[in-house]
Design a protein around this ligand. Structure first.
Ligand SMILES: Cc1cc2nc3c(=O)[nH]c(=O)nc-3n(C[C@H](O)[C@H](O)[C@H](O)COP(=O)(O)OP(=O)(O)OC[C@H]3O[C@@H](n4cnc5c(N)ncnc54)[C@H](O)[C@@H]3O)c2cc1C
Length: 422
């Protein structure tokens, strides 16, 4: 059977390794961490995944935590506005929740990646714990029919040139900070079901709250995305997790007091429950050339790394793994040459381009017609529902998000009383 090397054991690498294994391929998986190191390590993401991405996991019988993880049935949006009458100076100008057609779920990557890695090894896969360097890949590329680099945003991305035409940003667009907590109070807006909540604070950033399954059970994630140089870009150098949580809460109290009201009693889930950082959204050329002339194919974040503002990275990684799996299997015994590698990426890009366009648009200040749509969604449930389901299928935004005329035509068609163009 054909031999494939997968470098990097995250969402895409493990999903591909397990998928290929189920088709009988001989897979070697390189991971720079053991399952135990992952489990006891730092949180890595908020990893909320929507229906299509979860279905790819189910198709491979990999939805091991589905019954334990909170069922996310909606996606809510709040927009903060300065309000001199509010003690914090901000109140909520927009507040609605859209219902998802299929549930979303977040399973802490520490649990999922550790569990999937163990499953891969139990099923006879060759798991090698080693942080791969380019020189290793040079050597290995001669021994394998195909080398897939699924090492996320790690150093190996340097092998893949930046695609400037598809990468409009040259610097990070948000400063990220995450805290996993227990003890968040129920959401008064809809206490009967779970949802992800996006709180937009114009000019300042975004604050997300989402339920998750973590190493200590059910929890909630408090996730700030701060505009660089702004008041939420304040976590660099905050190394003590308790200080990180205090700062998170302070910013909530100021900019999203309705979320802070639920968070008075929260505590961190564990000693590694916080994360802060930033990165530049980047699309890369998919084929890397090794010093010895061998070729490797980039997977998921290696080739398309979007800002987590729209919660798409794990979704896109799952979609990429599913698409690459089909392309590999369909290729049979033929050589995995450069033309095949490019075609395989192009096929994935058909979906990833929508994710990228939408995420990059959301990083910019919202234009008037988008603000009009957010406002209308509070009165028109179908608009709220459609926006929420765009997180599962961002290609739908082409039809009602980017262009003021299309947005207004859509709002008029839905029957928005008082919704006018311009
Ligand atoms: C704060 C934050 C919040 C996010 N929230 C969401 C969200 O809500 N929803 C969503 O869909 N996405 C979210 N994402 C994005 C998502 O986590 C990533 O896009 C996704 O994990 C990418 O999957 P991947 O397989 O490409 O890489 P990863 O999951 O990053 O896996 C790469 C793996 O390769 C390993 N590795 C790196 N270098 C080497 C090497 N040289 N040798 C061996 N192994 C190596 C790494 O340690 C890692 O285990 C978020 C990201 C961040 C930072």
């Amino acid at each position: 059977m054909r031999k494939i090397l997968v470098v990097g054991a995250g969402q895409s690498g493990l999903q591909l390794a397990l998928g290929l294994q189920s088709y009988g391929y001989e897979i070697t998986l390189l991971s720079n961490r053991t399952p135990d190191e992952l489990r006891s390590g730092r949180v890595m993401s908020t990893q909320c995944m929507f229906h299509t991405a979860l279905q790819h996991e189910r198709d491979l019988q990999l939805g091991f935590w589905e019954s334990q993880a909170p069922r996310v049935e909606g996606l809510g949006v709040s927009v903060a506005a300065p309000d001199p009458a509010s003690p914090s100076g901000y109140s909520r100008a927009v507040d609605w929740v859209g219902r998802l057609d299929g549930i979303a779920q977040s399973v802490d990557q520490r649990i999922k990646m550790a569990g999937w890695m163990e499953t891969f090894a139990q099923r006879g896969g060759q798991l090698v714990i080693h942080g791969a360097a380019v020189s290793d890949l040079d050597y290995f590329s001669r021994l394998y029919d195909l080398v897939l680099v699924s090492a996320g945003k790690g150093e190996l991305v340097a092998m893949f040139g930046r695609d400037t035409a598809r990468s409009p940003y040259a610097t990070p667009q948000r400063a990220l900070s995450v805290a996993y907590v227990h003890g968040l109070g129920p959401r008064p807006e809809h206490p009967d079901f779970d949802a992800v909540r996006c709180n937009l604070v114009p000019g300042v950033g975004e604050f997300f709250v989402m339920p998750t399954l973590t190493v200590t059970g059910r929890a909630d994630i408090l996730f700030w995305e701060g505009v660089p140089g702004g008041p939420v870009d304040a976590f660099q150098g905050v190394n003590d997790p308790a200080d990180h949580l205090s700062l998170t809460l302070e910013l909530m109290e100021r900019y999203t007091p309705w979320e802070y009201a639920r968070a008075m009693k929260v505590e961190l889930t564990d000693a590694n429950a916080t994360l802060a950082g930033r990165y530049t959204p980047t699309v890369r050329h998919p084929v890397g050339r090794l010093p010895g002339g061998g070729l490797v194919l980039g997977v998921a974040d290696v080739v398309v790394a979007n800002d987590p503002l729209t919660g798409q990275g794990s979704n896109s990684a799952s979609k990429c793994a599913a698409s690459y799996l089909e392309s590999i299997v369909a290729h049979g015994d033929r050589e995995f040459d450069e033309a095949w590698m490019r075609a395989t990426f192009d096929r994935h890009w058909e979906s990833a381009r929508h994710t990228t366009r939408w995420t990059n648009a959301m990083l910019a200040p919202p234009p008037e017609h988008v603000l009009r749509m957010f406002d209308a969604a509070g009165r028109l449930q179908p608009v709220a529902d459609r926006f929420a389901n765009g997180f599962d299928d961002p290609s739908d935004f082409e039809d009602f998000f980017y262009d003021a005329e299309k947005t207004d035509a859509y709002l008029a068609a839905v029957g928005g009383e008082g919704v006018t163009a311009g």
